[in-house]
Design a protein around this ligand. Structure first.
Ligand SMILES: Cc1ncc(COP(=O)(O)O)c(C=O)c1O
Length: 410
């Protein structure tokens, strides 16, 4: 067992610590975060030639016109040298306009917007800037695995609140009991990875009420803000009464424009919170993605039709995979947003998601992600598996045929 590090929950060391470590010089507070499940499962898929429905990146690049804008920026020498520390002014202006166009929020691009190396850096900078060591950060479980790592980096403690019930809704009574005067921050990720759930306005209002009652900051990870389906619109928590003042909202150009390799993201929020985030962020990557910042400034000006068509195309991919999995006997959780659909694999005779995800690469040639790898609550997360549907139809068909054969032979 690796030694218990100061910042994490005891069961952090659950499965991965038992493995051999190549990083035995690693500081204790990061030992539980040595591997990411996405990297491990992608490596496994590559080794076995399995279809990788584990990692969430789209098979199709974003609009050609935006790729051309990046190429033009490089050719014209825009952004080839260090861009301004908090982001290109043109990009910050278009981020601010985007918040106004879609949500009626009016951040001041000069002081209330910060460009980052992907949503990832914006998230880590926000946690490091606003959480003191020893304080608690509350997050919904299962979680995006960067959150626990960021909390450990900050020397803080995470407290996890499960998604519960057959449709995996946030357990807000448990949230109310979990947020205390030790809590510095609640991380709210909606549309939610890995479940594919979009929090309703009523749920967000209750979270807002709890955050306000305890005077805690909310980190709203809205990386999937444009990826919601079937009348489950994304509601930014910062738009709710009294929430702008206490919320740092994170966006991801990678997710919104299907250029996940470009790593352009941002944080918006009130000037006092963003000023703190900027201090930390400038000491992480300092600056990045110069020409891509120019291209994303253009992407943010795409017509509303782009966002609607993008959503529509993804919803078709979602239906394709979800219908096929349902046809194989999996119980499919209603997928309201993101790149991911979740199934309950006990419906096809597996003890839990981990058993299924160990079996599937070897016996069906398909890789998926068990929710338990992203959870402190195996009692809740146990049955569930996440599948990425942001893949071309032929890839999805191959995965489904393989699963069908594998299940029949079992
Ligand atoms: C919920 C969530 N937040 C943030 C990110 C990171 O986004 P980016 O690639 O812009 O760093 C991801 C990427 O998978 C994610 O799923």
């Amino acid at each position: 067992m690796s030694p218990r590090h100061d910042g994490a929950m005891p069961d952090d060391t659950r499965s991965r610590s038992a493995r051999h470590s190549d990083a035995d010089r690693l500081v204790r507070r990061m030992q539980a975060h040595e591997a990411t499940i996405f990297g491990e499962m992608s490596a496994l898929a590559a080794r076995l030639g399995a279809v990788n429905l584990g990692q969430g990146f789209p098979d199709t690049d974003g609009p050609a016109v935006i790729a051309e804008a990046a190429i033009a920026a490089i050719r014209e020498g825009r952004g080839n040298q260090y861009p301004p520390a908090h982001g290109l002014p043109e990009l910050r202006q278009h981020i601010a306009r985007h918040q106004q166009r879609f949500y009626d929020l009016t951040p001041d691009w000069r002081t209330e917007v910060c460009v980052a190396t992907g949503a990832s850096e914006a998230i880590v900078a926000t946690v490091l800037a606003l959480v003191e060591s020893g304080q608690e950060v509350v997050m919904f479980d299962p979680y995006f695995d960067l959150y626990p790592a960021a909390v450990s980096l900050a020397g803080a403690r995470r407290r996890c609140v499960p998604l519960t019930g057959p449709d995996l809704r946030p357990d807000l009574d448990t949230l109310a009991r979990t947020v205390t005067d030790k809590t510095a921050m609640i991380i709210v990720n909606s549309p939610h990875n890995p479940s594919g759930v979009v929090f309703t306005e009523a749920e967000l209002l209750r979270i807002a009420e709890i955050a306000t009652a305890h005077d805690v900051i909310v980190l709203a990870d809205e990386a999937y803000e444009h990826l919601w389906f079937d009348g489950h619109p994304h509601v930014p928590i910062a738009t709710l009464p009294g929430m702008w003042e206490r919320t740092v909202t994170i966006g991801s150009a990678g997710k919104s424009f299907s250029f996940t390799g470009w790593k352009v993201g941002w944080a918006t929020g009130p000037a006092d919170l963003i000023a703190a985030v900027r201090v930390v962020r400038q000491h992480l990557s300092y600056v990045s993605s110069g020409p891509f910042q120019w291209a994303i400034a253009e992407a943010l000006q795409l017509a509303d039709a782009y966002f609607a068509e993008f959503r529509h195309a993804l919803a078709m991919q979602r239906d394709h995979l979800a219908d096929a999995l349902g046809g194989l006997g999996f119980r499919v959780i209603p997928t309201q947003g993101t790149y991911f659909t979740t199934t309950d694999v006990t419906a096809v005779g597996f003890a839990d998601g981990q058993q299924f995800c160990d079996w599937a690469p070897l016996h069906a040639g398909v890789v998926a992600i068990p929710h338990t790898a992203l959870s402190d609550h195996p009692d809740h997360a146990g049955p569930y598996v996440r599948w990425a549907f942001c893949k071309d139809p032929a890839t999805i068909d191959t995965a489904v045929q393989r699963l069908s054969r594998g299940l029949a032979d079992r």
